[in-house]
Design a binder for this molecule. Structure first.
Ligand SMILES: Cc1cc2nc3c(=O)[nH]c(=O)nc-3n(C[C@H](O)[C@H](O)[C@H](O)COP(=O)(O)O)c2cc1C
Length: 187
C-alpha cells in the first residue's frame, strides 16, 4: 500500500505518522509564568544537532485555537526544562497531558514533586533521571497548526547512578508508540 499524504486528512496523517515513526522520546516540558509551574508531555520531539546542542519540539494549539501553555511560556520566558519519563512516573506524565487553565499548575494540581536545580531555569520533575535546561532558539513557520520550537540545551542534570566517569549514560526512558507507551530498552 502506498499512501499519498495529499489524500489523508489531518487525523489520519497523525495516526499513520505517530504509529510509524516509533518509538519517539517524550519531552516532559516544565515552564513557568508568574509563579505558575506548567508541565506537559510532547512526543514530536527530536535532537537536531550537538553543536550547537539543539532539539526541536512541535507544539500544537488548544481546542479553542489558543497556544498551548508550554508554547506561550517558552515564547514569554525563553526558558524550558525538559525532563524524561520512566515507568515509575508514567502516571504523573499522563496527568500532565490534561489541558488545565493557564493559571493552574499541573504539578500543584496533581501533587507532582519538582526540584529546583538551577536558579535561572524552571524546576525539574524530581522522579526524572535527567533534565535538559534549555533556552529558546527559534520557531519554524510551517504554515500549519503546530509550531516547531528549536531549543538550545545549556545545561543538563543526570542522576549520578545513570552516568559513569566515561560519560556512558543509561536511561530508563519510556517512549511513545501511537497512543501507547513503550520502554526504550537496548537489544
Ligand atoms: C505522550 C504524549 C505526547 C504528546 N505529544 C504532543 C506533541 O508532540 N505536541 C502537542 O502539541 N501535544 C502533545 N501532547 C498533548 C499535550 O501534552 C497536551 O495538549 C497538554 O495539555 C499541553 O499542555 P499545556 O497547554 O500545559 O502546554 C502529547 C500528550 C501525551 C500524553
Amino acid at each position: 500500500m502506498t499512501l499519498n499524504y495529499k489524500n489523508l486528512n489531518d487525523l489520519d496523517r497523525y495516526k499513520i505518522m505517530s504509529n510509524t515513526i516509533v518509538p519517539r522520546p517524550i519531552a516532559w516540558i516544565v515552564t513557568e509564568d508568574a509563579g505558575v509551574i506548567n508541565a506537559a508531555p510532547f512526543s514530536y520531539f527530536i535532537p537536531l544537532s550537538s553543536n550547537p546542542a539543539t532539539l526541536i519540539v512541535s507544539i500544537g494549539k488548544k481546542e479553542d485555537e489558543s497556544p498551548k501553555d508550554s508554547l506561550a511560556n517558552i515564547l514569554k520566558t525563553k526558558k524550558a526544562t525538559i525532563c524524561f519519563a520512566n515507568k515509575d512516573n508514567l502516571e504523573e506524565l499522563k496527568l500532565c497531558a490534561t489541558s488545565l487553565p493557564k493559571d493552574v499548575s499541573e504539578v500543584k494540581e496533581y501533587s507532582i514533586e519538582v526540584t529546583k536545580i538551577l536558579e535561572d531555569f524552571p524546576p525539574m520533575i524530581t522522579s526524572s533521571q535527567s533534565a535538559l535546561f534549555c533556552e529558546f532558539h527559534s520557531t519554524i513557520d510551517l504554515g500549519g497548526d503546530t509550531t516547531p520550537v528549536i531549543l538550545e540545551i545549556k545545561q543538563q542534570f543526570i542522576k549520578d547512578e545513570c552516568i559513569n566517569e566515561k560519560l556512558h549514560v543509561k536511561m530508563d526512558n519510556v517512549g511513545r508508540i501511537g497512543t501507547s507507551f513503550a520502554a526504550m530498552v537496548k537489544i
